[in-house]
Design a binder for this molecule. Structure first.
Ligand SMILES: NC(=O)c1ccc[n+]([C@@H]2O[C@H](COP(=O)([O-])OP(=O)(O)OC[C@H]3O[C@@H](n4cnc5c(N)ncnc54)[C@H](OP(=O)(O)O)[C@@H]3O)[C@@H](O)[C@H]2O)c1
Length: 274
């Protein structure tokens, strides 16, 4: 399959380039294709004539989005709208990535694909607007929600905590729960999904859920560092954006495509990072 990949410079974009070996990938980083530019999207799709467009581009600065909602909506809503419009006009399937931040985090069980979104942050609202545009414009869509993505390439919570691991003590919130997702595991699942033509909305994240505190405790144990991990409530580490306190993802979809348990992803990250 011939795939056009906007957002190739990000974490998932990198992982896809490493994993999708049986497909021909045309990579576009932000300089090569700004997805908010409809004419540029039209030109890229016309030039490369892909069999599928996979959008890994997004505005992911969750806190900054509260200060600059327009930037978040341009990349996360207008961008996917442009891609959905152009792919639909050419009858091409479109895979778009979304997030567990579309949920309010008030659930007491993992969220599945049929749960009702109710985002509490600008970032989550902008991502939901992107999902809605894609559903409305291209019926041949895959929308894949994921959570807490990390990779050896790029900025993420795991890399931040790795940099802090020489401190005698670090504080980590113990009341936020999610599904940590190793980007190469996600890319492997996406490589399978794009061959199915089973269009719809999917949840794909590291299997199981955990708190940020448990995640970093497990990470530091794998790294063999002695830094003390101190659990703190999120009220002690206030953020601009309201992050869902419980946003573990599970799937009810068919075909059911599961990622390995989050602990396996973390172990693989440690192996490839050391
Ligand atoms: N990271 C997570 O924890 C997480 C969690 C849930 C869902 N997701 C979703 O998963 C997908 C992949 O995330 P990721 O972690 O790989 O993101 P990432 O590392 O932040 O990469 C996003 C890429 O998109 C580019 N970009 C931003 N605006 C663009 C535009 N207008 N046109 C073209 N490219 C643009 C960025 O370029 P610049 O660096 O130049 O801005 C960056 O290279 C996204 O849809 C994201 O919302 C991520």
């Amino acid at each position: 399959m011939h795939i056009l990949l906007p957002g190739a410079g990000g974490q998932l974009g990198h992982a896809i380039q490493g994993i999708f070996s049986s497909h021909k990938i045309v990579t576009c980083d932000r300089q090569q294709l700004d997805i908010t530019d409809l004419d540029a999207v039209r030109a890229a799709v016309a030039t490369h004539a892909p069999d599928l467009v996979l959008n890994a581009a997004a505005y992911n600065a969750v806190d900054q989005a509260e200060r600059d909602p327009e930037a978040a909506y341009r990349a996360n809503a207008l961008g996917p709208r442009n891609l959905a419009l152009v792919t639909a006009a050419r009858g091409i399937p479109f895979l778009h990535m979304s997030t567990n931040y579309v949920f309010d985090g008030l659930s007491h069980r993992p969220y599945h694909e049929f749960d009702r979104p109710h985002p509490q942050s600008v970032y989550g609202q902008s991502k939901l607007a992107g999902e809605e545009a894609v559903r409305a414009l291209n019926p041949r869509h895959y929308i894949v929600r994921t959570s807490w993505v990390y990779h050896t390439h790029g900025k993420n919570f795991i890399q931040t905590m790795r940099a802090l691991s020489r401190q005698p003590e670090v504080q980590v919130v113990n009341d936020q729960f999610g599904s940590p997702t190793y980007a190469p595991h996600l890319a492997t699942a996406l490589a399978r999904l794009v061959t199915t033509e089973a269009f719809g909305t999917y949840h794909m994240a590291g299997r199981g859920g955990t708190s940020r505190f448990e995640l970093i405790r497990t990470f530091y144990a794998l790294l063999g560092v002695r830094s003390q991990v101190k659990p703190v409530p999120s009220t002690e580490m206030p953020r601009l954006a309201q992050c869902p306190s419980y946003a573990v993802l599970t799937t009810l979809q068919e075909p059911s495509i599961y990622l390995p348990p989050w602990q396996d992803g973390l172990a693989q990250f440690v192996q490839s990072a050391l």
